[in-house]
Design a protein around this ligand. Structure first.
Ligand code: DOR
Length: 310
């Protein structure tokens, strides 16, 4: 019997696979589908205090090995998500993703999340790459991040994790980890989409999405090496009681196995969930189980973080 459950620093997931924030988790219908699915948890679309329509269409495009998006945080506002949870029977951990447009808005959103008994944990998104006129993403602001998190833990009582952007230098990950290690953070989720990519249509000689002259966050299979690198480096630098949720480039059980080998305790599925729909969780569970069977591993802990050097 293979055990594919996961523990995020004590938050027990019935399956180590769940949706990535943003994908099919914005509306009542989408969230109900996730609650009824085999997804090990439900992550909500990053919300703001007021509803937002987001950027102009078209704002999402996918090709065989990747996706580009510039959604601009379309969401129904935090109170929609809290009200939705209030009226639902909850059977698995709920991660409320929040993405305030200012520090003050983030403090407000965390306060509101603290009032709901239905929110298992907060996933604080410091890595949205698509806000027009707001180019300074918090996850890259090494000066402000420490003070910001310190203030949060003056009042926050909920399990809290942080959704990070990809980093490309060892010293950046080291420095962020040094900061995070000072606080009672439950988990990090890495990575968000690779910011400021550009996909073009050579036939039409044009960009494929409309906002920001075609630039957007890149997801899908092509970002897996960056996701794995971030997961593994954070695994070596973070306090051992801060769990890592791996996100980026997962479309098979083998991809999940690799994330866990790099140190992830659980994983999230973005682009592939959008492509395949709700059945993706069952398929990935089967594929992962087969791999563990073949390798004679009975649970994730048998190989988590045990990537070998050569
Ligand atoms: O790729 C992303 N798109 N990451 C985010 O954090 C936000 C989202 C959006 O709404 O633009």
């Amino acid at each position: 019997k293979i055990d594919t459950t996961a523990s995020i620093n004590g938050i027990e997931l019935p399956l180590c696979i769940m949706n990535a924030s943003g994908v099919l988790c914005s509306t009542d219908q989408e969230l109900s589908n996730l609650l009824n699915s085999s997804s090990g948890g439900v992550v909500t679309k990053s919300c703001t205090s007021q509803p937002r329509k987001g950027n102009v269409l078209p704002r999402y495009f996918e090709w065989n090995i990747g996706s580009i998006n510039s959604m601009g945080l379309p969401n129904l506002g935090i109170h929609f998500y809290l009200d939705f949870l209030e009226k639902k029977k909850i059977n698995k951990p709920i991660f409320l993703s929040i993405s305030g447009l200012s520090t003050e808005e983030n403090y407000f959103l965390i306060q509101e999340a603290n009032r709901s008994s239905k929110v298992t944990a907060i996933e604080l998104n410091l890595s949205c790459p698509n806000l027009l006129g707001k180019e300074d993403m918090f996850g890259y602001n090494f000066d402000k991040i420490s003070n910001f998190i310190e203030n949060i833990f003056k009042f926050n009582k909920k399990p809290l994790g942080i959704k990070l952007p990809p980093y490309f230098q060892d010293v950046h990950i080291k420095n962020i980890a040094l900061i995070l290690n000072q606080f009672p953070i439950f988990f990090i989720t890495c990575i968000n989409s690779l910011p400021n990519g550009l996909f073009i249509d050579a036939n039409k000689e044009s960009v494929v999405i409309r906002p920001k002259k075609g630039f957007g966050g890149i997801g899908g299979a092509i970002i897996k090496p960056f996701a794995l690198a971030n997961v593994h480096k954070f695994y070596t630098y973070l306090r051992k009681d801060i769990s890592i949720i791996g996100c980026g480039g997962i479309s098979s059980g083998k991809d999940i196995f690799e994330h866990i080998l790099c140190g992830a305790s659980a994983v999230q599925i973005g682009t592939q969930f959008l492509k395949e729909g709700i059945s993706v969780f069952e398929r990935l569970k089967k594929e992962l189980t087969l791999i563990l069977e073949k390798k004679n591993y009975s649970s994730l802990n048998s190989f988590k973080g045990k990537l070998k050097n050569i």
